[in-house]
Design a protein around this ligand. Structure first.
Ligand SMILES: *[C@@H]1O[C@H](CO)[C@@H](O)[C@H](O)[C@H]1NC(C)=O
Ligand SMILES: *[C@@H]1O[C@H](CO)[C@@H](O)[C@H](O)[C@H]1NC(C)=O
Ligand SMILES: *[C@@H]1O[C@H](CO)[C@@H](O)[C@H](O)[C@H]1NC(C)=O
Ligand SMILES: *[C@@H]1O[C@H](CO)[C@@H](O)[C@H](O)[C@H]1NC(C)=O
Ligand SMILES: *[C@@H]1O[C@H](CO)[C@@H](O)[C@H](O)[C@H]1NC(C)=O
Ligand SMILES: *[C@@H]1O[C@H](CO)[C@@H](O)[C@H](O)[C@H]1NC(C)=O
Ligand SMILES: *[C@@H]1O[C@H](CO)[C@@H](O)[C@H](O)[C@H]1NC(C)=O
Ligand SMILES: *[C@@H]1O[C@H](CO)[C@@H](O)[C@H](O)[C@H]1NC(C)=O
Ligand SMILES: *[C@@H]1O[C@H](CO)[C@@H](O)[C@H](O)[C@H]1NC(C)=O
Ligand SMILES: *[C@@H]1O[C@H](CO)[C@@H](O)[C@H](O)[C@H]1NC(C)=O
Ligand SMILES: *[C@@H]1O[C@H](CO)[C@@H](O)[C@H](O)[C@H]1NC(C)=O
Ligand SMILES: [Zn+2]
Length: 848
């Protein structure tokens, strides 16, 4: 009988998701998940107990002991408030915590050593009990491995026997982190504190000794002992909360579902609740709650959760769902099962202060984290080398959820393009890696952290989107045939094989279409292939290419490895029509054409752009620039691809052009290109600027979200390329604010760009006003906008001083340091400064 583990259960869950979602047209996607997860089935264990002592494992825990549950007690000494009054002697703040944990585990292979993880806290008083006989098992000694394995090894004087159950008690004592790791302290406002955890990927071991690998799923029972005036939250609902004495109380939580250790979380704070139906609660600072900043998040959460429940046909399994807006957290948010943590700015919306567009970020982040409650928490990758299964699915699902929750925002296309471009950018470098990276390359914590990159998030989502689209084309019937072929694992045309090249091989193809003879072929796209041996790469198996011509609606061809494919070209050759491949950018590849077709496409863009789908209008520009960067097309062609923007009012093409031109300018000798480029862009943006002028001058914005984005681009491009009426507008609006020193009449959408442009056009006076407002403001959104604007000045001495300020955590919060330095590096005047600064202060900058 195979040992009972959480893994077989996982497999069953994946299967449920699979059948339900097939109906939703996602057969292919979930087959992928299933085939990937199929590997999680435990391999049969040796039937004969080994008698010789196995050598100690290097980095991964042995699979001979499987944790079933943990019972954890943690006491935090932290004070939430330090009162500074004349007559009150304040206690000194203390970061100490202590506790104990009992892990109940099952032995599947005879051993006299126990390995688990512990990193940081001092461990003491081990006690091991054979649960079947209730007898103590003698422990000879225990020791920490002083290496990156973070192993705590217990050497026993007798053997643990396969098939029996044991429990191990350990006491521990440690100090809270001040660097946002593991259990950490966050200081906010004046002398107020909170405690929070952030355990992904390998920080659970810094809180308590545990089997800290994602497939060692277990049930967690947590009890937190904390000071009276505070509230403790954790994954599961509270089971009991009682006062112990005049100083302490304890909160005991119910059992969590079986889950990975990195998903454990708790917080201790004085935060208050904003309720939504069904115990979906959003916590934030009392002031923020009172001011209603969590209302938007609280409104969207049930909507998004319900969407997923319907879509997966699988209920959210926990009784409660808490979300908390922490004053410090790195990354932006963490999907802990039942207690999702967010940076304040990622969850709170301030009416009248936050940009209207900030709602897009909030709904996007909530959608991503809620998707993890299924993809990631319920079904988990076996090891971190496949973290893309968590992150890619969550990112992909968030497109659907956001579109469902806020259809009027129309941000699905924008989100997709943004993911597509970050994936394309990183995946065209020889330093990229496959979605599923070989196990041996992901062992240490820093290697694991390296997996949380644009490849796992964005490429993961893009490859899944391509598959979902493909599944919809061929329909459920064929999907079912494929399904059986995946089972046979021999099907030539199986999705498993199709998918494999995309998940086990890094990079992506560029498809070249020659409309003269109709030939298409593929090759690996790289920015720099001069040293790269592309023969190491096999071609991508089958590439679905949807293409449209001027006269026809989209059709599909398959490009496979057998040789150059063919698109029938007689008709459009005769009529001199263009071909557009990769309609709506559903394929994860770039497209190149023969120069004549490029020319025909550009003519179309300049005469009637609406004949080309919106996403492709952006993508043509992006492809042209990147093909030029890889020296596959002439730079002139790339620049010409932006000509049509003169009459374009849509956001995506402009976003694409601005991003690529910025890079282009950076890459070339500034003195040579910068001047003419400014003149060109100033001309191109005039019409767009005037299109929004009635809104901008009046500090109002259009209704449509995508136009709202483009209004900001218009101001940004116009002002930074020196359009006089734009600079004048920014100056006078900012001056108005400085003069009143209080009422800010600038529309919240436009504040970030106007602050930035006014600071850029201004001098010390403007900068210092912005700095003073930054320091005195308590509004997260306003602070973020000002922090970014301060990096826009053209004065290097102000930028140097600003860089110095980032070293003072009272001026710039630790979690904001890296992004602030990045903003400065984005500014041409600050690039060199920022680079020197990073070199000199790397340790500090990199800890946030
Ligand atoms: C502090 O103590 C002094 C004398 O003990 C008393 O006069 C004063 O009112 C106290 N101040 C406060 C704020 O309690
Ligand atoms: C706080 O710490 C200071 C010095 O570290 C010490 O002198 C003082 O007595 C402490 N106060 C309390 C209330 O523990
Ligand atoms: C574990 O810690 C809790 C809380 O401090 C305490 O009540 C309990 O007795 C401890 N367990 C053992 C076995 O010492
Ligand atoms: C291309 O690769 C070579 C060899 O690694 C390197 O010397 C060169 O700088 C690279 N070029 C670019 C543009 O990255
Ligand atoms: C890239 O490699 C191909 C052959 O693999 C070669 O034809 C092409 O010129 C190379 N491009 C650059 C920019 O080195
Ligand atoms: C492309 O996307 C647009 C808008 O997202 C949609 O209306 C259109 O039907 C899509 N076209 C195809 C061929 O999928
Ligand atoms: C396209 O095909 C024609 C005819 O075979 C050939 O002359 C031309 O060089 C090809 N163009 C490209 C860019 O490969
Ligand atoms: C790019 O195209 C322009 C005009 O078609 C031509 O003058 C120029 O020489 C080309 N540059 C390169 C590097 O091929
Ligand atoms: C500006 O706003 C005011 C008040 O809302 C309105 O009366 C006026 O017509 C607007 N001006 C323009 C040019 O839209
Ligand atoms: C802008 O406002 C002016 C005056 O109210 C009006 O004449 C003009 O048509 C408006 N322009 C646009 C693009 O709405
Ligand atoms: C502006 O207002 C702030 C408080 O909002 C105050 O601290 C500051 O001194 C004022 N500055 C001027 C120039 O009035
Ligand atoms: Zn995620």
């Amino acid at each position: 009988m195979p040992p009972k583990t959480g893994l077989s259960k996982l497999f069953a869950v994946a299967f449920i998701v699979l059948t339900a979602a097939a109906i939703a047209g996602m057969v292919a996607m979930l087959i992928v998940y299933k085939t990937q997860i199929a590997e999680m089935n435990p391999t049969p264990r040796p039937t004969m107990p080994s008698t010789t002592m196995a050598p100690p494992p290097a980095m991964r825990l042995p699979r001979n002991l499987l944790p079933e549950s943990y019972n954890i007690f943690i006491q935090l000494q932290l004070y939430i408030k330090i009162i500074e009054e004349v007559n009150v002697t304040s206690p000194n703040q203390t970061l100490l915590f202590s506790g104990n944990s009992t892990v109940h585990f099952h032995c599947v292979e005879r051993t006299s050593r126990i390995y688990l993880h512990s990193n940081g806290p001092t461990v003491s008083a081990p006690r091991l009990i054979d649960k079947d006989t209730n007898e103590l098992v003698k422990i000879d000694r225990y020791l920490h491995h002083e290496d990156e394995s973070h192993f705590l090894e217990l050497q026993l004087s007798e053997y643990l026997e396969a098939g029996r159950n044991y429990s191990l008690f350990l006491a521990f004592e440690g100090e809270m982190s001040e660097n946002l790791e593991a259990l950490y302290v966050s200081k906010y406002v004046e002398s107020r504190f909170l405690a929070a955890t952030n355990l992904e990927p390998t920080n659970a071991r810094s809180l308590f000794p545990c089997f800290d690998e994602p497939d060692f799923k277990a049930v967690f029972y947590l009890t937190v002992i904390h000071r009276l005036e505070t509230t403790a939250l954790s994954n599961a609902p509270v089971s009991v909360s009682n006062i112990i004495d005049e100083e302490w109380k304890y909160t005991r939580f119910m059992a969590t579902p079986r889950m990975s250790s990195y998903l454990l979380a708790f917080t201790v704070s004085e935060f208050t609740a904003t309720d939504s139906p069904n115990s979906r609660i959003t916590y934030s600072r009392p002031e923020a709650t009172a001011a209603g900043h969590a209302v938007y998040a609280a409104k969207m959460t049930p909507k998004i959760l319900e969407f997923y429940e319907n879509h997966f046909d699988l209920r959210y399994p926990m009784k409660t769902l808490d979300q908390i807006a922490l004053t410090d957290l790195e990354p932006l948010a963490m999907e802990n099962w039942g207690l999702i943590t967010y940076q304040e700015g990622a969850l709170l919306y301030q009416e009248g202060v936050s940009s209207w567009l900030h709602k897009e970020d909030i709904v996007h982040i909530i959608s991503h984290e809620l998707a993890h409650q299924w993809f990631g928490n319920l079904v988990t990758m076996k090891w971190w080398n496949e973290v893309w299964l968590n992150e890619g699915f969550a990112s992909y699902m968030s497109y659907l959820a956001v579109d469902n929750a806020e259809p009027s925002f129309q941000i699905k296309d924008t989100m997709i393009m943004s993911d597509l471009h970050s994936a394309f950018e990183e995946d065209a470098l020889t330093s990229s890696h496959p979605l599923s990276t070989p196990l041996e390359e992901v062992q240490t914590t820093s290697q694991i952290l390296g997996m949380f990159d644009a490849i796992s998030y964005s490429k993961g989502a893009m490859v899944l989107r391509m598959l979902a689209d493909f599944a919809m084309i061929i329909g459920i019937l064929i999907g079912l045939v494929l399904f059986s072929q995946v089972r046979q694992e021999k099907g030539v045309f199986s999705i498993g094989t199709l998918m494999e090249k995309w998940t086990t091989q890094m990079g992506y193809p560029v498809i070249t279409i020659n409309t003269t003879n109709g030939e298409i072929h593929q090759k690996h796209f790289l920015y720099n292939n001069s040293t790269f041996c592309s023969s190491l790469f096999s071609l991508w198996w089958l590439i679905p290419i949807r293409y449209a011509t001027k006269s026809s609606s989209p059709s599909l061809v398959w490009l496979d490895v057998r040789g150059p494919g063919n698109i029938t070209t007689q008709q459009h050759k005769k009529l001199n029509y263009w071909i557009l491949a990769n309609v709506n950018c559903t394929g994860y590849y770039r497209v190149n054409y023969d120069p004549d077709n490029w020319q025909r496409l550009m003519t179309q863009l300049e005469t009637n752009p609406n004949r080309i789908p919106l996403m492709n209008r952006g993508q043509l520009v992006d492809d042209a620039f990147n093909l030029a960067r890889a020296e596959l097309v002439n730079v002139t062609l790339a620049l010409n691809s932006t000509r049509f923007l003169r009459h374009e009012t849509a956001y995506l093409p402009w976003e694409s052009a601005v991003r690529n031109l910025e890079y282009f300018v950076l890459m070339f000798d500034r003195s040579e290109v910068y001047g003419p480029m400014q003149v060109y862009l100033r001309e191109q943006v005039k019409e767009l600027y005037n299109f929004f002028r009635n809104y901008t001058d009046n500090s109002t914005v259009p209704e449509d979200h995508s136009l709202q984005h483009n209004q900001i681009i218009a101001i940004d491009v116009a002002c930074s390329n020196g359009l006089p009426e734009c600079i004048e507008m920014a100056r006078s609006k900012f001056a108005g604010w400085m003069k009143s020193n209080d009422t800010n009449d600038i529309h919240t959408n436009l504040r970030a760009v106007i602050y930035c442009q006014a600071v850029a056009a201004g001098d010390k006076k403007e900068w210092e006003f912005a700095w003073e407002k930054f320091q005195s403001s308590t509004d997260t959104s306003e602070k973020d906008q000002l922090r970014k604007a301060l990096a826009c000045t053209k004065k290097t001495w102000l930028l140097s001083r600003y860089l110095e300020y980032t070293l003072d955590p009272d001026k710039i919060r630790l979690m904001d340091v890296a992004s602030t330095v990045y903003f400065i590096a984005q500014n041409a005047a600050g690039q060199a400064l920022a680079w020197n600064f990073i070199r000199a202060n790397w340790d500090y900058v990199s800890q946030g």
